[in-house]
Each structure stands twice: as structure tokens, then as C-alpha cells.
Design a protein around this ligand. Structure first.
Ligand code: ADP
Length: 437
């Protein structure tokens, strides 16, 4: 920490000159008194001159002796002793906001990250001007007086919620204790948010499973007890139990799919897949459900096939979820359009799913891809939803380096657009291979 400069040979005389200059008025008064005594013939000129030289020498020596206890009392080392060019270089190279303070808490130096995190910070100001956190200031005091390091966590609510950890450590320790305090800040916001998401996720998943499980247990007890011999009730209850068990199994399937996709999130799928057959396949598979609800699924495919690099099953899962949502929530519109568009090039391949139902309130739009987020919880449950479909779709799109765009206006239905990098079509197989095939 200490980058002390080598002693300069001209230091001693300049210090003496400074002290003489500082004692100027005292020396002038002594000279005047000696002159008066000489004029009154009480003192010879030689004695007067000797007395003056003695007083001048005393001024040079005496303050030097006094200065020692003064410096140790404040224990503030001159900034350039603690924060030399090497320390500054080191500070700038550190990855987070870091400050060097003197033992009184005055800022001696800070790096660019600290400048960004504490915009009002200035060298020479007490750190409390820029960082008004009593716990951190107390830790700085303690580090200076007791030489004890400390770790303080605090949070800020304005302008956005942030969690920060402050490491306070005494440094450049000399015989009088620390001559500097290093204060390093670490932003824990992302970590805390991830923790909160994980906790919320576990709570949500357990809640989603517990509800149908409680209902199943209730019906089992009823069937074992009061409804034991009631054949009509038994059939009705068994039907409800079947739907609750189906809901649980769908939830577990979705949870497993989510974790599987998360596991391979960094591996981009590379099989050549044509989008047209995916749209057609999904429309066919969901045809009976749509017919059941009085909804027509219309598929529009381009003349030229659109190819992408992807995982066919995962892309089917995305389109299936979008079309199923269109049928479930946009039922009143009576129609769901599925279109494949675009061609080769970055984000040029598209699948658009559009319904003409009630649409999605603007406040829900940014949150729809969060796990377990539903606009209308009851409507989703009644439709057999898990609240994971769009989260799953978004994860799949991220793995495919694609995007999921959601647009909607209340009363005008919803439009979901999946965009992907359009790939070149497969090369025709060589003549010989075709003959062999
Ligand atoms: P769920 O299993 O509930 O359908 P999703 O993640 O697929 O879960 O969808 C989340 C929520 O988004 C749904 O609960 C619903 O409120 C809303 N939503 C999705 N698609 C539509 C749509 N086409 N029209 C209106 N609301 C929709």
C-alpha cells in the first residue's frame, strides 16, 4: 500500500525555511525587543545578535519536535504516502468499486467503478458525503481505531432496489495503527434476485402441486367414508380425481421440460428443420381440442419452405403452446391463425400465431413469460394451464438464439411472433446416394 517516495536531498533546508517563515512575526517581535534593549543600552549589540540567532534556531528546532505528537494524534498520513501511482494503478485494475480512506474517513483515492457507483464522491471529502450508510461509516471508524476488518450488508430502495456488501479493511498498518482504510463495495443485487426467484419458484411449484393433491385426498376420504356406496357420486368424484391427477402430471412434465432445457441452454441446436410441417403438425394435433371449443385453426404456409437450425420437438412445443393458448384464451374470437413467413437471414424466419379473443391487459404483457405468471389464475386453471407454457417457450427460443414477441390490445386478440435465424435449405443428396437410397 505504501508507495513512499525516496527522500529528496532538498527537503531539510526547505522545511527550515518554512518554519522560519511561519515564525516571522515572533522573530520580528524579538528583534524589535532586542533593538529596544540595545537602544536603552541594557544590552550590547553582540549579545543582542547572539540572542536573536539563538531564538531563530530555537524556532527551527522546537516546532520539529512538537510536530511529531501532532501527526500521531490525528494519525492521518499524507495522501501521497498511502496512495502512490502504484496503488492508483492497482485500484483501477480492481473489478468493483474500491476506495482508499484515511483513518478519519476522508477519501484519499477511488477507482472508476466507485466513481460510477457513488456519483458525488470526491478526493478530500469525508466518505460520508457520498455514502450515507451509518453501518458502513461505523465500520470504517472501527477499522481505524481497532484495526479490525468488517463486512457490512445494506440495501438501497431508491432509485431501484439494490443490495450491496461493503468490505472494510485496515491497510498500511504502522506502529500507530492503520494509516489507511480500504473500502470495497460488491453489488449483490443479481445474486439476491436469483435467490428470490429460486425461492419463489419452489414455493409456487409446491403450491401448484399441493392444490390438486389436497383435492385428491379429499375425494379419496369421501369415497372411503360417506360416499362409499353412492355409485353416482363415485363416478363424478373419480372424473374430478382424474382431471386433478392429469393436472399434476402436466405440471411435473412442464417442470421437467424446463429443467431439461435449462441444462442445455448453452448448446445451440443444429439440426436443419423446416417450419411449415411444424405448423401443420401442431394444427392437426390440436384440431380436436379446437373443434371441441368451437375454434377454427387456419394455417398459412409460404410457397418457398422456411428452414432453421433447431430442435424439432422443442419448436413443436413452442408452437403447440401458442396455438393451445389461442384456442383456450381466445376462444371467443372463434379462430386462430398460424402463419409461417420469411426466409433466410438473421431473425428472418417467423411463425406467427394470432387469435381474436379478449386480448391481454398491457400490465400483464411484460410478465407473461415469468414462471407461473397468469393473467387470470382461475381461467388458466380451468383451462388446465400450468402457468409454465410461455416460460418454457421463452427458454426454448433463447436456446435457439431466437425471440418471442407478444403484442396485444384489449378486445382485439393477441399476436405471438417467434423469430429465428433463417437457414439455407438442405443441399440435394448426390446422384449416387439417391440411387443407392
Ligand atoms: P398457462 O398454462 O396458464 O396457459 P402460459 O405460460 O401458457 O400458462 O400463459 C400464461 C398466461 O398468459 C395465461 O395464464 C393467460 O393469462 C395469458 N395468455 C397466454 N396466451 C394468451 C392469449 N392468447 N390470450 C389471452 N391471454 C393469454
Amino acid at each position: 500500500m505504501t508507495d513512499a517516495d525516496p527522500p529528496r536531498p532538498d527537503r531539510a533546508p526547505s522545511r527550515a525555511a518554512m518554519r522560519l517563515r511561519r515564525a516571522g512575526w515572533t522573530l520580528a517581535a524579538v528583534a524589535a525587543a532586542l533593538a529596544a534593549f540595545t537602544a536603552a543600552r541594557r544590552l550590547g549589540p553582540i549579545e543582542a545578535l547572539l540572542a536573536f540567532v539563538f531564538v531563530a534556531l530555537a524556532t527551527i528546532v522546537a516546532p520539529a519536535r512538537r510536530a511529531q505528537p501532532e501527526a500521531s494524534r490525528s494519525r492521518a498520513a499524507p495522501a501521497d504516502v498511502i496512495v502512490g501511482p502504484q496503488t492508483l494503478l492497482l485500484l483501477q485494475g480492481l473489478p468493483g468499486p474500491t476506495l482508499v480512506l484515511d483513518p478519519r474517513g476522508v477519501v484519499l483515492a477511488f477507482n472508476a467503478h466507485a466513481g460510477a457507483a457513488l456519483p458525488t464522491i470526491r478526493v478530500g471529502d469525508p466518505v460520508s458525503f457520498a455514502l450515507r450508510v451509518p453501518e458502513v461509516l461505523a465500520a470504517v471508524k472501527e477499522a481505524a481505531s481497532l484495526g479490525r476488518p468488517a463486512l457490512v450488508s445494506y440495501s438501497e430502495r431508491v432509485p431501484v432496489e439494490r443490495w450491496i456488501e461493503a468490505h472494510v479493511a485496515p491497510a498500511a498498518i504502522g506502529p500507530q495503527g492503520p494509516r489507511a482504510i480500504v473500502l470495497a463495495l460488491r453489488d449483490l443485487t443479481a445474486q439476491r434476485r436469483a435467490e428470490r426467484t429460486r425461492v419463489d419458484f419452489v414455493a409456487n411449484a409446491s403450491h401448484e402441486l399441493r392444490t390438486p393433491l389436497a383435492s385428491l385426498l379429499g375425494f379419496i376420504e369421501t369415497l372411503q367414508g360417506p360416499a362409499r356406496n353412492d355409485e353416482k357420486a363415485r363416478d363424478r368424484f373419480l372424473e374430478i380425481m382424474r382431471s386433478q391427477a392429469t393436472r399434476m402430471s402436466r405440471l411435473i412434465d412442464d417442470l421437467l421440460s424446463l429443467s431439461r432445457i435449462e441444462l442445455k441452454a448453452h448448446v445451440r441446436p443444429d439440426a436443419l428443420v423446416e417450419l411449415g410441417p411444424i405448423a401443420r403438425n401442431v394444427a392437426d394435433a390440436l384440431g380436436p381440442l379446437a373443434a371441441d371449443r368451437g375454434v377454427e385453426i387456419a394455417v398459412a404456409l409460404p410457397e418457398t419452405p422456411v428452414w432453421v437450425l433447431g430442435d424439432r420437438d422443442e419448436l413443436i412445443r413452442v408452437v403447440e403452446n401458442l396455438v393451445e393458448n389461442g384456442v383456450k384464451y381466445g376462444r371467443s374470437g372463434g379462430r386462430v391463425d398460424v402463419a409461417v413467413e420469411g426466409g433466410e437471414g438473421p431473425q428472418a424466419a417467423r411463425i406467427v400465431v394470432r387469435d381474436y379473443g379478449p386480448g391481454i391487459p398491457p400490465e400483464d404483457l411484460p410478465r407473461l413469460t415469468e414462471r407461473f405468471y397468469r393473467g387470470d389464475v382461475q381461467a388458466s386453471r380451468e383451462a388446465g394451464g400450468t402457468g409454465l407454457g410461455l416460460a418454457l417457450a421463452k427458454h426454448i427460443m433463447t436456446r435457439h438464439a431466437g425471440q418471442l414477441l407478444i403484442e396485444s390490445r384489449l378486445g382485439e386478440g393477441a399476436r405471438f411472433t417467434v423469430t429465428l435465424d433463417g437457414a439455407a435449405p438442405p443441399k440435394p443428396a448426390p446422384e449416387g446416394a439417391r440411387l443407392a437410397g
